[in-house]
Design a protein around this ligand. Structure first.
Ligand code: SF4
Length: 328
């Protein structure tokens, strides 16, 4: 598989207030420098503020998630804090439905946390009597978009300050973008051969994120004929995105690196094998960064004639090394 490097920024949806625009209920913003200055180097943002878009204006009274009762399956609506007759549940959902065509081209979405419209997780919920009941809600706009785009990489602004979460989000965005450039390019139905090649190139990176789920996905891929091509592609794409959403553990990444080493064993002498084994062990123990192992593996890679190992995204998995954007 030959995935072309990017010559453009990747389109990403984002809560408009994160870009520093004064669209919040109080006329303020929540500018994120990580989004504008760091990720902005490789992302081309599509900013949306659902509350302004449905006509609530700036400034506006705050709204919040209200559960009809404490029951687990009770209905949740978005209600005004001051005027309880203000119910914007349907307008927010209809707005989400209306932007779906414009968002077909985005390859990720960054939502503002704690918002009854945009929050992805842990949004405060209340009962009709104003008592807070829990912090397990999801913003109505975010939830609706998740239903429309179940595999789209999504993350919250605040969590992107954490470098591991940020790297994981980038890995998912790059994979999702590569999928649409290589497998589903908007032409005909996705070809099973392309799906299988894509999975093969990601195999060791997927192993680094979740071994068991990667094996299960491998069984699905080896049974391509059992499904109609579009359904097959949909299920494999979902499997890949689900696996990449798991953080890559040191243990699983060590295992994946050892798989790569196994492919190179016939092309290394005794000293080289010993050095590589020692380096992988030092990585496993937390004494060396993964980049040290990847650098040595890439040094030996040209000796192998096998295309399978040359195409492994694991060997270029770190965003800074993928050549897509310039991170320091
Ligand atoms: S969190 Fe969402 S709805 Fe609230 S101001 Fe930001 S973009 Fe607008």
């Amino acid at each position: 598989m030959d995935i072309q490097l990017l010559t453009r920024k990747i389109p990403i949806g984002i809560s408009q207030c994160a870009l520093g625009e004064p669209v919040r209920y109080n006329g303020g913003h929540k500018h994120s420098k990580v989004c504008t200055q760091l990720l902005g180097r490789c992302f081309d943002y599509v900013p949306l503020c659902p509350e302004v878009a449905i006509g609530l204006g700036v400034p506006r009274q705050p709204i919040r998630l209200v559960k009809s009762s404490p029951a687990a399956d009770a209905e949740v609506r978005v209600i005004g804090v001051e005027d309880k007759n203000l119910d914007v549940t349907e307008p927010l959902m209809e707005y989400a439905d209306s932007v779906v065509p414009a968002l077909e081209q985005v390859r990720g979405y960054i939502f503002m946390q704690n918002s009854p419209s945009c929050g992805l997780r842990g949004v405060r919920r209340y009962l009709p009597n104003d008592h807070g009941i829990d912090s397990e809600g999801v913003g109505i706009f975010a939830q609706r978009l998740r239903e429309h785009f179940p595999h789209l990489p999504m993350e919250e602004v605040g969590r992107l300050n954490n470098s591991e979460i940020r790297e994981n989000f980038l890995t998912r965005v790059f994979a999702y973008d590569a999928w649409f450039r290589y497998v589903e390019d908007g032409q005909d139905a996705p070809r099973a051969g392309r799906v299988i090649e894509f999975y093969s190139a990601y195999k060791y990176l997927l192993l680094a994120h979740h071994q068991q789920k990667t094996r299960e996905l491998g069984q699905l891929v080896s049974n391509a004929r059992a499904l109609e091509p579009r359904e097959f592609a949909h299920q494999v794409r979902g499997g890949i995105m689900e696996i990449l959403a798991h953080p890559a553990s040191r243990k699983d990444r060590t295992n994946a690196l050892m798989h790569v080493q196994g492919h190179l064993k016939d092309y290394l002498d005794k000293e080289e094998t010993a050095e590589l084994t020692r380096l992988i062990e030092e990585y496993r123990l937390g004494l060396k960064p993964v980049s040290a192992v990847l650098t040595l593996l890439r040094h030996y890679l040209p000796r192998s004639p096998h295309q399978f190992i040359h195409s492994q995204l694991l060997l270029a998995a770190e965003p800074a090394e993928m050549g897509f954007c310039d991170f320091h």
